[in-house]
Design a protein around this ligand. Structure first.
Ligand SMILES: Cc1cc2nc3c(=O)[nH]c(=O)nc-3n(C[C@H](O)[C@H](O)[C@H](O)COP(=O)(O)OP(=O)(O)OC[C@H]3O[C@@H](n4cnc5c(N)ncnc54)[C@H](O)[C@@H]3O)c2cc1C
Length: 303
């Protein structure tokens, strides 16, 4: 697909069209659920694994920082933007779902919603706990996405990645640690995940998913611009309860506001900037630390 490096600013071009695969100074706002943040120096959506590896070689050679983008539902991008290469995993080549008996392999760019629906239709269960999470499969692996009913790591059999140095690797489940909302993979881009699921009646699985989805809809500020829970639950506490008890529901910084419905959500209500959101996060942390001597750790990732 990729013809090679030219001396122009457009460093990598596609053979068929001669077009650069790089886009410059792209606003990242539309790529995140918060709808805030500045521009990417370089933005690229690879159309194949070989194209992705060529981009990675470019990044290594030019010493460009790498930012991997899934659905952007758990990141806050600074208003000044990011210097480096943002690699979107939204290309069609990362959106395949295949089944082999009880095993399902999914590309990193597949949305969790699509994956859950597909496996449920095949009479497979094990993913209902992910209902209501708007991320991609790659993002879900890196975040060990889930909730009180379980998390994605419980079904993972293996993860195929490409390292920032371009090496393709396959990790078995036991080679990866999945702490609460985290993953031990570093400088790796998730390409594909293999899940081991269980047999389940289609109707029962859809019912489970709908029940969990409805439960979340009741408790969370659906339909607003947010990035899910901002803070991890500290050992023995619920972050939302601490924030609520500290009297912070409805507190605002610029256009960013602590949700009245769920205190662990910050909403971009009136054209908030990322700085507004960041300042509100710091204010919440300071207030909860002062009142309860608990330092809230963020679940949100920062670029
Ligand atoms: C309304 C709402 C509800 C939510 N509810 C939940 C919930 O119940 N439980 C929960 O766990 N989360 C929840 N979230 C947060 C979020 O959806 C999850 O963390 C999700 O897994 C993030 O996936 P993403 O594709 O959007 O990742 P992004 O936000 O794009 O990225 C998150 C991190 O993963 C990295 N990443 C993304 N894709 C890849 C890849 N292919 N390879 C390597 N690194 C990658 C990014 O670099 C970044 O560091 C919610 C968010 C919203 C907006």
């Amino acid at each position: 697909m990729v013809s090679g490096i030219s001396s122009r600013r457009d460093m990598i071009t596609r053979t068929k069209t001669g077009d650069s695969i790089f886009q410059y100074d792209i606003s990242l706002r539309k790529y995140t659920s918060f709808k805030t943040g500045g521009i990417a120096e370089i933005f690229v959506e690879p159309k194949s694994v070989s194209e992705l590896r060529e981009v990675l070689r470019f990044c290594m050679r030019e010493q460009k920082k790498i930012f991997v983008l899934g659905n952007g539902t758990n990141i806050l991008i600074q208003d000044d933007g990011v210097k480096g290469v943002v690699i979107s995993m939204g290309g069609a080549c990362f959106k395949e779902i295949k089944r082999y008996g009880m095993y399902v392999s999914s590309g990193a760019g597949v949305s969790l919603v699509e994956l859950m629906r597909r496996v449920a239709t095949w009479g497979l269960g094990g993913l209902s706990s992910l209902a209501g999470i708007p991320g991609s499969v790659g993002g879900a692996v890196m975040m060990n996405a889930g909730g009180k009913y379980g998390s994605i790591s419980e079904t993972i059999h293996s993860v195929t990645t490409v390292s920032f140095h371009g090496e393709i690797k396959k990790f078995s489940r036991k080679e990866i640690d999945f702490p609460y909302r985290g993953c031990s993979l570093r400088e790796e881009i998730v390409l594909e995940v293999e899940l081991l699921l269980r047999e389940s009646h289609k109707e029962r699985t859809f019912k489970e998913m709908n029940t969990i989805y409805r439960e979340k809809r009741e408790k969370q500020p659906f339909g607003t611009l947010n990035a899910g829970c901002i803070f991890k639950n500290p050992q023995g506490f619920k972050a939302a309860e601490l924030i609520d008890k500290a009297g912070l529901k409805g507190v605002k910084v610029g256009g960013a506001i602590v949700s009245e419905k769920h205190a662990n959500f910050i909403i971009n209500s009136e054209g908030a900037t990322s700085n507004d959101i960041l300042d509100l996060i710091k204010m919440i942390q300071n207030s909860v630390l002062e009142k309860y001597n608990v330092m809230l750790e963020t679940e949100l990732h920062f670029w």
